[in-house]
Design a protein. Sequence first.
Length: 280
Amino acid sequence: MKAALELGADYVATGHYCQKRENENGTYELIAGHDSTKDQSYFLCQITQSQLAKVLFPIGHLEKKEVRKIAKEEGLATAEKKDSQGLCFVGKIKLPDFLQQQLKAKKGEVIEIPNEHPQFEKYECIDVNAENVDLLSKPFKYSSNEGLKVSEHNGAHFYTVGQRKGLHVGGRPEPSFVISIDTNKNKVYTGQTKEHYGLNKYALKLKKDSMNWINKMHIQEEKDYLIRIRYRQKLQKGALIHKGGEWYILFKQKQSAISPGQFAAWYLEDALIGSGVIEH
C-alpha cells in the first residue's frame, strides 16, 4: 500500500472478502465479508486505521458464487478456477513440503503425555473467572520422563499444536494429537483424543507489543467479545481482559489447540475490533 500511495494512487483495491464502514466521526471499521463461508477479515486483523482508510473491498458484499458469475460474464479465465487451498504466495505446494524444503530435518522424540498428568488435575481446580485469567492461561510444561516415547519426528519445528496428520504414531488405542512442541529441546508432545486435557484451555495470554486496535475508541480494560483464534473458526464467546499490564482472553468454554504465534482476533457483531499474537 505504501508503494501504491507513493505512486499517486488514491486507494488500493483488494480481492479480500471483507467490507468497511465509515463512522460519523470519520473513522472506519473493518467488517466481515458478506459471504460468511469466505470471510477473510481474520487475515487483515492487524490492519491500521490509516491503511483501512485507503483500502477498497470491491467484492466484500458479494458471495463467492456471485463473483464467479460476474467473472464468467466478463470472460475471465479465473471464473472456473478451483479455490486455492495452499500457500498462494509460493505456488502449488503443500505446507509440509514447503517447510521441509526451507528447514533442516532434525530427529527427535515424540512423547505421549497421559491424561492423568498432575498439572491437569491442578488446572481443573482453578475457578474460571477474570481474577484467575493469568493462571488459566499459563502453558503446561512437560519433560520426556513424564510420558511414553511413541515415535520419532524429523524436527519439532514442522509441527503445530492440535496437529493430527503426519505424526506417524501407530499402535495407540486412540488417535494422537500434538499438545505441545519444544523447539529448543526438539521434542513433540502428544495426547490421545481431541479431548485430552493438555489440548484444551479456558484462557490465553497475548503479546502486549502485538496488540492492534483498528479503532482505538473501543479500548477498555475488560469487555466481552466474539473471538476467533484461527481462520474459519466459528466465533467464540469470551472476554478481553487487561490485568497487571498484560492482555488476556478468557473464554466461556474451553478452546482446543490454542497455538502460540497465531493471531487472536475479537469482534463486536460483524466488526473486527482488534487482534494480538498469542503468547501462550
